[in-house]
Design a binder for this molecule. Structure first.
Ligand SMILES: Cc1ncc(COP(=O)(O)O)c(C=O)c1O
Length: 404
């Protein structure tokens, strides 16, 4: 087929959207023999395959007419009812099915929220660093990004406050803040309770929407769960994205967004034109999985599994990395974030590591201001202990060589 450039015909949104750096790395990681600590995907070893086979068979035998049919755009009513109960009892988010839309992954929740909230050139604050799926959704809506520092207590809300004040003085305003409150991707850090409250105050003071992206919240290995930001907000300024990808099965693409009913209705209208409805069979499977108590059990099992992997990786890092490297000890989730001396460039390190069949994610793409060139993200979720041990040892060797 002959190709001529159609660049002049592409929409503004298509031009604003940029591909995710992780997707590019995933292609490399697939090569045979690669010892990868790059992908932040769940471990297939804990997928509930047998339970899903049993439930699917029962559903197809008993109610194929319903589970193979189109569903409503907002999602299966019984599932939204069950999720509203879970949200109220487990997370302290008091809500009803009207506050919930079921989405194809929380990625779709963020995309729909951006479609509903973001106009071209609207300003949205994001963490330095943050997950590029979130920033990508804002950019696809042609919004613009501003960075706020992230430290070991999550996004620095005092710095956010200062920046919001400066904007106000110059007669500008921001539309929102994108935040990953628990075991953030990529740092693994959790937003403190004080900062959660501060964020809610700032949203009210500066008329902002908070995009609370929480796919890792259920994966807490130790310590107390902190209240979700949406549960601290009394003004309906928070849209809260949850996912079943990390605790159930990401390939089934079931997630849910909680928000004020008016905003959820607008997201439902936007979703109608995107995919009509989320996969009916997947929603019925999840409904049965939750109702029968399997989901709660699975969360506990998964957390033991990932905790032991986290501990293993921490032990390997302590054994093989030089003292000039710093890293955190996450209380949950999938990620450990490493900082090297500022003179070291981790994208060069990545090229060398890949030549030795080891992969990780260099930190810079997580920083919208181009900083973070001395950082990188490691994930312990997907790889076996033998791969973690070999990859960390090789990385330690390469870093020590560079430091010489
Ligand atoms: C912070 C964050 N948000 C959203 C997602 C997307 O998850 P889902 O599978 O629910 O679309 C991910 C996936 O890794 C993530 O890390």
């Amino acid at each position: 087929m002959s190709t001529s450039s159609l660049a002049h015909l592409y929409s503004k949104s298509a031009c604003c959207a940029v591909p995710s750096a992780i997707r590019e790395i995933n292609k490399l990681v697939d090569s045979p023999g690669m010892k990868s600590l790059a992908g932040g995907w769940p471990d297939p070893a804990v997928f509930p395959g047998q339970e899903i086979i049993r439930i699917t068979n029962e559903l197809l035998n008993d109610k194929a007419d319903r589970v193979l049919q189109y569903g409503t755009t907002e999602g299966l009513t019984e599932l939204r009812r069950e999720l509203a109960r879970l949200a109220t009892e487990r997370y302290g988010i008091v809500c009803s099915p009207d506050h919930i839309v079921i989405t194809a992954g929380s990625a779709q929740g963020m995309d729909l929220a951006c479609r509903v909230i973001i106009n071209p050139e609207d300003l949205v604050f994001v963490g330095l660093p943050t997950y590029f799926g979130g920033t990508g959704a804002v950019m696809a809506a042609c919004g613009e990004l501003l960075g706020v520092a992230v430290d070991n207590m999550g996004m620095d809300t005092q710095q956010l406050d200062d920046q919001l004040q400066r904007l106000k003085k110059s007669n500008q305003r921001a539309k929102g803040v994108y935040v990953i409150p628990n075991f953030q991707n990529p740092t693994g850090n959790t937003l403190s309770f004080e900062r959660r409250k501060h964020l809610v105050e700032l949203a009210e003071r500066y008329d902002l929407i908070i995009f609370e992206d929480d796919p890792y919240g259920d994966l807490r290995f130790e310590g107390e769960h902190l209240p979700p930001i949406i549960s601290l907000d009394t003004h309906g300024r928070v849209v809260h994205m949850r996912s079943m990808s990390k605790t159930f099965a990401p390939g089934l693409r079931v997630a849910w967004t909680i928000g004020p009913p008016e905003m959820i209705r607008k997201m439902v209208v936007a979703k109608q034109f995107v995919d009509v409805a989320t996969n009916s069979l997947a929603q019925y499977i999840l409904l049965e999985f939750i109702r029968s108590g399997l989901w709660e059990k699975r969360v506990q099992l998964n957390n033991q599994h990932y905790k032991s992997k986290r501990n293993f990786m921490l032990k390997q890092l302590a054994a093989h990395f030089p003292e000039q490297a710093q890293w955190n000890r996450p209380d949950g989730g999938f990620f450990i974030f490493v900082k090297l001396p500022k003179t070291l460039d981790t994208s060069t390190l990545l090229t060398e590591a890949i030549a030795h069949n080891v992969a990780f994610v260099a930190g810079q793409p997580f920083f919208i201001d181009g900083s973070g060139t001395h950082t990188f993200r490691l994930s312990y979720s997907q790889s076996s202990e033998s791969v973690i041990a070999a990859a960390v040892a090789e990385l330690g060797r390469l870093i020590k060589k560079k430091l010489k």
